[in-house]
Design a protein around this ligand. Structure first.
Ligand code: AMP
Length: 302
């Protein structure tokens, strides 16, 4: 039985923010997710990289004891690459270039290990997400969640809608929510998404917090207010890693506990944006997470 499995991208990013520019940063949706989740639960990463994938990036994941036995290296292939830019509105990422590379030949397979308790389909081609859904013993999974982005909403909408019919939860940002549904109002958009499949919908609004819909229940949480946001890349995946990691750790799918998981996700995201790439996460410890959660609780309840 795999406790928590993620599939998504493991990438080489180039990122430009108003505060600086970095080429060749370690990134990818599955990298950020698993790094964050590992603070709460064992996590297994299923992804593909090319022969050019640097050893030092692999070591970053090994630091957190992330299970890498399902990380394939494709001979002769090049790792997925993403180039993005942020203006002064750090909530909006502008994609300058996406090189799919090895992603085009990636076919995830679980072989005989098909019992997965918690599954996260991080941002990746929805056809790959569908293939993994075919592999997992669906009825035995406690929670199956998915993330996506505009690139796939525009290029692979039909496959994405098929994915939605087969998951319990979707995590999206506000722009993606509007794109997916064609509905400007986020509450109505969430209801529309629930009709497409997942009963649980999390809408991230960057520095404006999170909306969480669970069947007919609803909650709204602020973001942890930060004075200096340096690089927002990976905030969404880090949020999802904190959320799923905490759910996997506690095993409690009740609404109150899921709200707490949303708070943990928000706290994890508040750390990752404080430096480029995974740099801040690599300096993070559990005491800092607990302290920030405590202060978050103090100023967000009344
Ligand atoms: P986010 O949490 O949304 O900021 O995700 C940032 C990460 O998503 C970056 O490290 C990129 O490598 C990765 N990424 C960018 N575009 C895509 C895409 N089309 N599919 C999957 N991953 C992507």
């Amino acid at each position: 039985m795999i406790k928590l499995l993620v599939t998504g991208t493991v990438a080489v990013d180039s990122v430009e923010t108003p505060f600086g520019k970095k080429d060749s940063l370690f990134g990818g949706s599955a990298s950020y997710f698993s790094y964050s989740a590992s603070f709460f639960s064992p996590v297994s990463l299923m992804a593909v990289v090319g022969e050019d994938f640097p050893d030092e990036y692999r070591q970053v994941l090994e630091e957190r004891k992330i299970d890498l036995k399902r990380l394939q290296v494709l001979a002769g292939g090049k790792t997925f690459r993403w180039k993005g830019k942020y203006g002064f509105d750090l909530n909006v990422a502008h994609t300058l270039e996406t090189q799919l590379n090895v992603l085009q030949d990636f076919s995830p397979s679980l072989k005989d290990d098909r019992d997965v308790e918690y599954l996260f389909l991080a941002n990746i081609d929805p056809d790959i997400q569908l293939r993994l859904l075919d592999e997992v013993h669906h009825t035995r999974a406690k929670l199956i969640a998915v993330d996506t982005m505009n690139f796939w909403i525009h290029n692979k909408k039909k496959s994405l809608l098929d994915v939605l019919k087969r998951v319990h939860l979707i995590v999206l940002n506000d722009g993606e929510t509007r794109d997916l549904t064609g509905e400007p109002n986020l509450i109505r958009a969430a209801r529309k998404i629930q009709e497409m499949g997942p009963d649980k919908v999390i809408i991230k609004k960057g520095e404006h917090g999170v909306l969480f819909f669970d069947g007919k229940y609803f909650s709204a949480l602020p973001a942890y207010p930060l004075e200096s946001v340096f690089d927002p890349t990976g905030a969404g995946d880090t949020f999802a890693g904190g959320f799923m990691g905490y759910v996997a750790k506690t095993g409690d799918l009740g609404f109150d506990n899921l709200k707490k998981a949303v708070a943990y996700g928000s706290i994890m995201a508040s750390f990752v944006v404080e430096d480029f790439g995974l740099d801040r996460m690599r300096r993070l410890n559990n005491a800092e997470i607990d302290n920030r959660l405590k202060s978050f609780k103090t100023f967000s309840t009344f």
